[in-house]
Design a binder for this molecule. Structure first.
Ligand code: ATP
Ligand code: MG
Length: 579
């Protein structure tokens, strides 16, 4: 037994970015956690749940679930410890071995979160899937991940999983959350089995390099890749929780992402609990009024969401501060896509709190570049690297890398190996993994620039870069300027092959509601873009569309727009959000 309060302040909340950046050291942060007499190495579930279940905050709410009908279920740290112990014992009983895979396919219900921590305690590999996936994407992921156990609901089992069983020979049990009795030897009742399992469990010794999580990427640029993460990643979740999300005791925090997307796990499950705050989980999908009510009713202080949601809020005719009491809200954070300057400004004006964009990927496991409370926000910038993270802009070839020191030059965004949540591999794709590195540097696949003060600015994904008349054009820049036009609500641009100039910039635009479409408006938008960007970079073609195809995590699927434009096969659409 030891008191969290007695631990050394290994990762202070950032008051002075520069001094923390200069002196931060992962090794010291690691020893701060691991040097304590936990006897459990660095197990994610230990750090997130057990560490708190033993001390004064054990009766604090760890997870608060808001059900569709707005009723709530609160689970304290101590209860979560017992429940996840039962789940770990159940895995033992079912013969699950270290490193075998446990999947969930459910909505955001307590069982998902209990399974996550139980699996981590058991040292099996945890992989949450979006419940809205169709049977084929589910099959693809379960088979690639060699699923041994699947936790799901009766409805999802019957409609989506049952037809796949013949093709999933490694699947030994399906644990169904909402039946009282087993169906057969394979499909068994989770509540029944949990009730028989002991609530005491000793976490085996865990090495920071032991596998913990499997996460499929969003599939924005192609077939989703399975990134494997290790238990040591929890250190990033701890540190970013303090330094970026600014967690303080008593905070009520809400991450709107589903755990099927890495944000919903790293920052919807692990980070808030490692930092001992209360995490809100809403079972429902986006609804502006409901979201504002959640912020008000649950006194949310820190809110982590995505640009796609912010844009949807911007489109509504709601003045949140007038209609809702948001006095507890201290900070908004955004990730997943660029948060264009207009959205930053709208948030600042509307909520009157800091709005911090941050950048990271499934592969990085946690936030790598961010705006910080202690730094002035530059609207449109992703911010600065996290203390302990070395980022750079580089010129990259098949075999070499050259770091560009000069400010404001565009190039590949690269990170120096060595942060704790760096992915361990791509599942079954070691060669592809190896190709992501040039010596000490990890290539993110994104292009960016760094200004003279060290702020990073997103340019685009290397795959989306448009080559027009000898210019390299990043979609972000063009989309940002289009969105500054009064009539434009959303924009996505692609390169369309052209025999004369390589590619032309083509834009797809969603107009603000109530705007009438006519040729003059298109010409006006083009003229606006030309004025802002110059004739070479401005779109030469514009299509007005009702919606822009996006992934479930809110990312623009430019490859799909391009395939449709060119009449090519549409590729993997497993993560496409239905419009
Ligand atoms: P795939 O790798 O399958 O194509 P994906 O890259 O979209 O999918 P994720 O790992 O979910 O999958 O997303 C990470 C990417 O999202 C980053 O590489 C970057 O392109 C984009 N991104 C994340 N945060 C930001 C941000 N703050 N600003 C701009 N882009 C961002
Ligand atoms: Mg990616």
């Amino acid at each position: 037994m030891r008191d969290v309060a007695a631990q050394p302040a290994i990762t202070p909340n950032i008051e002075d970015y520069d001094s923390v950046y200069n002196f931060f050291n992962w090794e010291i942060a690691y020893r701060g956690l691991n040097g304590l007499p936990s006897g459990n190495g660095l197990n994610m579930a230990y750090e997130a749940v057990e560490r708190h279940a033993e001390v004064s905050i054990k009766n604090h709410t760890a997870l608060r679930f808001i059900k569709s009908d707005r009723t709530t279920i609160d689970i304290s740290y101590a209860e979560l410890s017992r429940l996840s112990n039962q789940f770990a014992n159940l895995l033992n009983f079912l013969g699950v071995a270290k490193g075998e895979t446990v999947f969930t396919l459910t909505g955001r219900i307590p069982e998902l979160y209990i399974a996550a921590f139980g699996t981590l305690k058991k040292l099996a590999l945890f992989c949450p899937l979006f419940s809205v996936f169709g049977p084929e994407p589910i099959y693809q992921r379960l088979s690639r991940g060699n699923a041994k156990i699947l936790v799901t609901t009766l409805d999802l089992f019957t409609t989506k999983v049952k037809p796949l069983l013949d093709r999933l020979p490694a699947l030994s049990h399906v644990l169904i959350t909402d039946i009282e009795k087993d169906i057969d030897d394979l499909a068994i009742s989770l509540p029944l089995r949990m009730s028989k399992a002991s609530s005491a469990f000793t976490i085996p010794d865990t090495k920071p390099t032991d596998d913990a999580l499997l996460h499929f990427t969003s599939g924005t640029t192609g077939m989703p890749k399975g990134a494997v993460h290790v238990h040591g990643a929890v250190l990033t979740h701890l540190v970013t929780g303090k330094q970026v999300l600014d967690f303080h005791p008593g905070d009520i925090y809400w991450c709107t992402a589903d755990p099927g997307w890495v944000t919903g796990t790293s920052y919807g499950i692990i980070s808030p609990l490692v930092n001992g705050v209360t995490s809100i989980i809403d079972e429902e999908e986006f609804d502006a009024t409901r979201w504002y009510s959640v912020l008000e009713e649950h006194k949310v202080s820190i809110w982590y969401t995505a640009p796609t949601a912010i844009r949807r809020l911007m489109r509504m005719n709601i003045e949140p501060k007038k209609q809702f009491n948001l006095e507890h809200l201290r900070m908004i954070l955004s990730v997943g896509e660029p948060l264009h300057a207009d959205a930053v400004k709208w948030c600042q004006k509307t909520f009157e709190v800091p709005v911090l964009d941050n950048w990271w990927q499934t592969e990085t496991g946690g936030i790598m570049i961010s705006n910080f409370r202690s730094l002035p926000v530059r609207p449109g910038s992703m911010g600065k690297p996290l203390p302990g993270v070395k980022a750079a802009i580089a010129a990259v070839t098949e075999s070499s890398i050259q770091i560009i020191k000069e400010p404001d030059k565009e190039g590949h965004l690269v990170l120096k190996r060595g942060w704790p949540s760096m992915f361990k591999t791509y599942l079954h794709e070691d060669e592809r993994y190896a190709k992501c590195f040039r010596g000490e540097w990890y290539l993110t696949g994104d292009l960016a620039r760094c200004d003279a003060d060290g702020y990073y600015w997103f340019v685009g994904r290397a795959d989306d870069i448009i080559k027009t008349s000898g210019h390299m054009v990043g979609p972000f820049e063009v989309e940002s300027s289009l969105m500054e036009h009064w009539a434009v609500s959303e924009a996505a641009v692609i390169g369309k092959p052209d025999p004369l100039i390589g590619e032309i910039v083509k834009a797809f635009i969603v107009l603000k509601s109530g705007t009438t479409i006519n040729e003059n408006l298109k010409l006006d938008i083009m003229a606006h873009a030309r004025k802002k960007l110059g004739a070479a970079v401005a779109p030469k073609e514009i299509s007005i569309v009702a919606s822009i195809p996006k992934t479930r995590s809110g990312k623009i699927l430019r490859r799909l727009l391009k395939a449709r434009e060119l009449g090519l096969p549409e590729g993997d659409l497993s993560t496409l959000e239905p419009s």
